[in-house]
Design a protein around this ligand. Structure first.
Ligand SMILES: Nc1ncnc2c1ncn2[C@@H]1O[C@H](COP(=O)(O)OP(=O)(O)O)[C@@H](O)[C@H]1O
Ligand SMILES: [Mg+2]
Length: 366
């Protein structure tokens, strides 16, 4: 990354009347980064994006873009451009005129504009489509035109507000890969808004998880998934099992967590900062467990009872019950080597669960 703080959002709050839509947000976005804002509807993603674009002012705090305070800079003078969910392309203009729309006030010759449009059509993989009418295009093609129309202005930052939200699942997954490749190719900073965690994980270099106007955690996809810092983030990204626990320290070189359900788990010292006796939670993702028919001879394991099984094709989901834990534990495994075998796991039968202490995430108690 050329500049780790290409966009700096500092102590930003936003009020609509007495309602606080953005609550003390602080973060930096790097130059050339694919950065996503992820959170449920209403958490403030669009509001934050609109403040970056300059369509909305901050109530307090500061946004710097490329080192420049942006408060007094109107939208059209910011080095940013925005792409919306509704394709917002003009149905009465052809593709080339749609793409060139933002250039109409630029002093460029016709051949210059034509060359820029052709370059954009190549970029979005629609060469030769310039004369097509906008209403002759599919949803995916229209969204690509909208991207080209924003990129032709050579913004330093592209803001994308749920741009794939209106596409069906298959097209959307294809467009995700294309969007990622396109961002790599043009190398500009993308700030991408989505409520879809899989989409954010697929596309992003880093993700800010938002809730109720706050940023809960900013991290890489792997960081959020493997090392969530709070229960809220852990349960928002993927599925997570939680176990109540108590820190047990034996001198200063060893630590373990005594859990309700999984017994005592040794934990590396960097994962537990709390003193002996402190309450904590232990979190383990469903796929971090291995289901076994027989008692293992080593490692970490507990006996359990199969409660429910669900075959989902590429993987199966299971719920097992453990002594000492009231809610069932979710377990997931791929069916890579296993043909469908209804007889293997019978509901109500005893099973064994094993796991590696390295997969354990330690969180503060609720
Ligand atoms: N112009 C506005 N006036 C009043 N409330 C607003 C306005 N814009 C957004 N809000 C409120 O701010 C909150 C965040 O909205 P928004 O940023 O659109 O969320 P998201 O994009 O994450 O779905 C919502 O509760 C929304 O109703
Ligand atoms: Mg929104």
């Amino acid at each position: 990354m050329k500049n780790d703080a290409f966009i700096s959002i500092r102590n930003v709050n936003k009020y609509f009347g007495s309602f606080q839509a953005i609550d003390n947000v602080n973060m930096d976005i790097g130059e050339g980064e694919f950065f996503s804002l992820l959170g449920a509807s209403g958490c403030g993603k669009t509001t934050l994006l609109r403040m970056l674009a300059g369509f909305e002012s901050t109530s307090d705090g500061e946004i710097l873009i490329d080192g420049q305070p942006s408060a007094d800079v109107p939208p059209h003078h910011r080095p940013v451009n925005m792409v919306f969910q509704s394709y917002a392309i003009f149905p009465h203009l052809n593709v080339a005129d749609n793409i060139a729309y933002g250039l109409r006030k630029h002093k460029l010759s016709k051949p210059q504009k034509q060359e820029m449009v052709d370059e954009m059509l190549e970029l979005i993989k629609l060469p030769g489509y310039g004369k097509r009418k906008a209403n002759e295009l599919s949803g995916g093609q229209r969204q690509r035109i909208a991207l080209a129309r924003a990129l032709i202005l050579k913004p330093k930052v592209l803001l994308l507000d749920e741009p794939l939200g209106a596409l069906d699942k298959q097209l959307r997954e294809q467009m995700q890969l294309e969007l990622r490749a396109l961002q790599r190719q043009v190398g500009i900073t993308f700030v991408f808004v989505t409520h879809d965690q899989e989409e954010a994980l697929t596309l992003s270099d880093r993700i800010a998880v938002m809730s109720g106007g706050k940023v809960l955690q900013v991290d890489t996809p792997e960081g959020l998934y493997e090392a969530p810092k709070t229960r809220e983030v852990a349960s928002f990204i993927g599925n997570m099992n939680f176990f109540q626990g108590t820190v047990r320290r034996n001198g200063s070189s060893e630590a373990a967590i005594e859990t309700q359900g999984l017994g005592s788990i040794p934990i590396s010292l960097e994962k537990v900062t709390k003193p002996d006796g402190a309450p904590v939670q232990v979190a383990l993702r469903p796929e971090k467990f291995e289901l076994l028919e027989e008692e293992p001879t080593g490692g970490h394991f507990v006996s359990a009872k199969m409660d429910k099984t669900a075959y989902l094709g590429e993987r199966s989901h299971y719920y097992v019950t453990l002594d000492g834990k009231s809610e069932p534990v979710a377990v997931s495994s791929t069916n890579q080597f296993v043909a469908r075998d209804d007889d293997r796991w019978k509901e109500g039968e005893p099973v064994w669960l094993s796991w590696s202490p390295e997969a354990v995430v330690v969180l503060d108690a609720d």
